[in-house]
Write a protein that binds this ligand. Structure first.
Ligand SMILES: [Fe+2]
Length: 154
């Protein structure tokens, strides 16, 4: 696995773990713990989407001259995820376990399908088209690593 694919794949795994913790807490009606995990998940996920939309996708689009292809589809799926986060906010505020469970299930399926497309198709394409310019790619990876680290610890 190449550098960008490996890093983003790992961060997907990290987001999945925090998401599972929020889901488990909601199932056992432990709302304070659910609120805690969900706040971390929200920050991790939004940070992940921002890094992709703000740094990785623009670099890919510049290099390939294609802003209407795979990155456009990924951006629209990101918008669906943001929408589901707001459903989860509402369910959490209302301590509505059924609504929270429905929204997590929908988000889980969406994330699984989306992440698989990124991990199997888009990230490897990014490694391939961006990796040729070692200096620019190194700078991009540095920015991505720093941005993800700030999200997870901040
Ligand atoms: Fe994405």
């Amino acid at each position: 696995m190449d550098r960008l694919t490996r890093l983003m794949h790992q961060h997907h795994g990290h987001c999945d773990e925090v998401f599972a913790a929020a889901e488990a807490a909601a199932r056992s009606a432990d709302w304070p713990s659910c609120a805690d995990s969900f706040a971390r998940f929200r920050a991790d996920l939004l940070g992940h989407l921002d890094v992709e939309e703000g740094r990785i996708f623009p670099a890919f689009e510049r290099q390939t001259g294609n802003a209407g292809g795979p990155t456009r589809v990924m951006r629209s799926e990101h918008d669906e995820m943001r929408e589901l986060l707001s459903w989860l906010d509402d369910a959490l505020a209302a301590r509505d376990a059924d609504a929270f469970g429905d929204a997590t299930e929908t988000l889980l399926i969406l994330m699984q399908q989306h992440n698989m497309k990124e991990e199997n198709i888009l990230y490897p394409m990014c490694d391939q088209v961006l990796g040729g310019d070692a200096a620019a790619f190194g700078a991009l990876m540095g920015e991505v690593e720093q941005a993800l680290a700030e999200v997870s610890h901040g």
